[in-house]
Design a protein around this ligand. Structure first.
Ligand code: SF4
Length: 115
């Protein structure tokens, strides 16, 4: 009997993982777009930064089940300690007030001045 070949055609295991990541990224983006409507903030005008951070949030959602900040360390011992770093984290308001941008660079305020 011949050994089974790894499936690499469309519809294979790899594609399903990619599709899942794409779907989660879309969900993250939609949730944050909705959230932004009720804030004075907006996404960083640098769209590649936004794409990178949203992908990071989606990967954390897939790994941990929550959209933890991709720029901060997740506490694996005590999950309860991570509540404050679910995006938008508890630090974003202060960070944006001080520097115009959150730590990851996903959200900016009206005071944001690109370098
Ligand atoms: S630093 Fe920005 S991207 Fe990271 S969790 Fe806070 S608000 Fe979200």
């Amino acid at each position: 009997m011949e050994p089974k070949k790894a499936v690499s055609s469309p519809g294979g295991t790899g594609d399903k993982k990619e599709d899942r990541l794409d779907r989660v990224q879309q969900g993250v983006r939609q949730r944050l777009e909705k959230w932004l409507k009720n804030t004075p903030y907006r996404f960083n005008p640098d769209t590649s930064t936004v794409d990178t951070i949203i992908k990071g949030l989606a990967l954390r959602k897939l790994k941990y089940g929550e959209e933890y900040c991709p720029c901060r360390v997740v506490n694996n011992e005590d999950k309860g300690k991570n509540k404050g770093i679910i995006c938008p984290c508890i630090y974003h308001e202060e960070e944006i007030a001080q520097g115009g941008i959150c730590f990851c660079g996903l959200f900016v305020g009206t005071n944001y001045k690109p370098e």
